[in-house]
Design a protein. Structure first.
Length: 256
């Protein structure tokens, strides 16, 4: 099975890096094309994959075609997919829009996050007509795959596609908050990150709800409850809901 990436930006590179890290995919079977030929050549050499001369050459040499260009640039592509499966990574672009740009094809939509680089990605997969086991296997090397109806993808973007940025901001802000207590920035980042990893694993393993786990960490008159009071004062849950809704609404609006 040979993979082709049309557009080799951050997400496409993260996926290829994850496939390399998995040690279960032959990197010689990956092809990529991009506008910046020099940058493409350097990135492909580093990852031990094949740079192609143009987009059509990438398609011709591949079995599964991943479209990794920005949504706003899709209409500029003039491609012959030759009936091969086409996998779009674009937000704000549904199957109907893809058909407008490229005509009827065997389309799939995926929504990975950058954690695929560490094989810890969370990936949405939606198929227009039929499942593709080779595609599912490839994505499973990168993390957890959730098959879903297309209308659910906007919500998934809030849960997993965009949410890493929210979590990075939380990690950064909490680590900054203790620098006056003698910690270096790097020490604080590591402590918060490891704590977030452990807390997430606890949620996955626990029979209790997250709210119950919050109560277990908190005790009357203790330190934790003081921080939670500040969350309440500044409407933390409401802020998170508003952030998620803004992400969802932006995706549903489409490109225009």
């Amino acid at each position: 099975m040979k993979l082709g990436f049309i557009g080799f930006g951050n997400m496409s590179m993260a996926m290829v890096e994850g496939l390399k890290a998995s040690k279960k995919f032959n990197m010689e079977n990956i092809y990529a094309s991009a506008q910046n030929k020099e940058k493409l050549k350097n990135n492909c050499e580093k990852l031990k994959i094949n740079a192609t001369k143009d987009n059509q050459d990438c398609i011709d040499k591949s079995d599964l075609i991943f479209i990794g260009v920005k949504p706003e640039s899709l209409h500029t592509l003039n491609l012959d997919f030759k009936g091969k499966p086409v996998i779009s990574m674009a937000a704000k672009t549904n199957f109907e829009s893809l058909e407008t740009f490229f005509g009827p094809q065997n389309f799939y939509r995926i929504m990975p996050n950058l954690n695929v680089k560490q094989n810890m990605g969370v990936i949405a997969l939606s198929h227009q007509y039929e499942k593709n086991l080779e595609l599912y296997y490839t994505l499973s090397l990168l993390g957890h795959v959730y098959e879903m109806e297309e209308h659910m993808i906007s919500g998934f973007i809030a849960l997993a596609g965009s949410s890493p940025a929210l979590m990075y901001r939380f990690i950064d802000a909490l680590s900054d908050a203790v620098l006056d207590e003698g910690f270096t920035k790097q020490e604080a980042l590591e402590i918060v990150s490891y704590t977030m990893m452990g807390s997430a694993q606890t949620v996955l393993n626990a029979k209790e709800s997250p709210k119950t786990l919050v109560e277990k960490v908190s005790s009357k008159g203790g330190t934790t409850i003081e921080g939670l009071k500040v969350f309440d004062d500044y409407h933390f849950e409401d802020t998170m809901k508003k952030a998620a809704r803004a992400i969802i609404d932006k995706d549903k609006m489409g490109m225009f």
